[in-house]
Ligand binder design. Structure first.
Ligand code: B12
Length: 226
């Protein structure tokens, strides 16, 4: 297989959640190598990790994100794609650690104080990771101190994502945004979750709202290329 074919195949495996050779779906690829084996092969054949990320992972996750945003696929397919991406990503981790390939930035995400919903937040985290950002997932019930502590620890390009699923915890979101804004004037703050909308985002002074992970990925890609 040529390098281009290999990259296209990795993107396809991520798009359709073909994690490894044993994954039964999609049926057309049954018994064939998946994202796991093909990523290993690509590195062994000398494809640079940065190329693998941009022309394999990002392409696959971008297609998944678009289809999800257009309601052509749903949470289960998105989770399978994310699993394929994170399995393949494990092969790239040593290259990030050694500095041979650079992350586009660090995205610190969490569900706000008092809120335990994490399914949507996890999808956003996985999608963003697939676009080459390092993701620090602080989990659920996260207050501004915890966000601030993590932001203070990090250098380079940074952004924070807050998720809220309850009308009551939208109030926590408001407080966290106010606190982070007071401490870090230029920090891009993304918000989302079912009860949140762009009017609320503007009212509380956050920078960006999206109803789906794709929007967050595109906004962060814009920051990374600015
Ligand atoms: C699953 C669920 C739960 C699970 C959560 C499990 C888990 N691990 O997350 C459990 C059972 C624990 C739960 C508990 C409760 N829940 Co609940 N729950 C839901 C349910 C059914 C689905 C939520 C979900 O996962 N959706 C799927 C994901 C993919 O969508 P999403 O979260 O919206 O995320 C997407 C976008 O919003 C966006 N997004 C999300 N976060 C972010 C962040 C950023 C930065 C960006 C850019 C985008 C983004 O991208 C995601 C992917 O597209 C909803 C109803 C519904 N149909 O929405 C109720 C719902 C949210 N729950 C509700 C309630 C009331 C509760 C409880 C208070 C119930 C109770 N009396 O105990 C508790 C609260 C617990 C707490 N303190 O948080 C209400 C909220 C009502 C309101 N207006 O406030 C809802 C709407 C149900 C209802 N109709 O009454 N719940």
């Amino acid at each position: 297989m040529s390098m281009d074919d290999l990259l296209a195949r990795i993107a396809l495996c991520i798009e359709f959640g073909k994690i490894d050779r044993d994954s039964p779906y999609p049926v057309e690829l049954r018994g064939e190598d998946g994202a796991d084996e093909l990523t290993r092969q690509a590195l062994d054949e000398g494809i640079p990790p940065a190329r693998l990320l941009d022309e394999g992972f990002v392409v696959g996750m971008d297609r998944v994100g678009r289809k999800f945003a257009e309601r052509r696929i749903f949470v289960p397919q998105m989770l399978m794609a994310a699993k394929a991406m994170s399995t393949a990503m494990a092969h790239l981790k040593p290259h990030f650690a050694s500095g041979s390939v650079r992350r586009k930035g660090t995205f610190v995400i969490g569900t706000v104080t008092g809120d335990l919903h994490d399914i949507g937040k996890n999808l956003v985290a996985m999608m963003v990771e697939g676009t080459g950002w390092e993701v620090v997932d602080l989990g659920v019930d996260v207050g501004s101190e915890r966000f601030a502590e993590e932001v203070t620890k990090r250098d380079g390009r940074l952004a924070v994502g807050l998720s809220a699923m309850l009308t009551t915890t939208m109030l926590s979101m408001r407080d966290i945004v106010a606190d982070l804004r007071a401490r870090f004037q230029d920090l891009p703050i993304l918000v989302g979750g079912a009860p949140v909308n762009d009017d609320f985002r503007s009212e509380i002074g956050a920078d960006f709202y999206s109803r789906d992970p794709q929007g967050a990925a595109e906004y962060l890609a814009g920051l990374a290329s600015a």
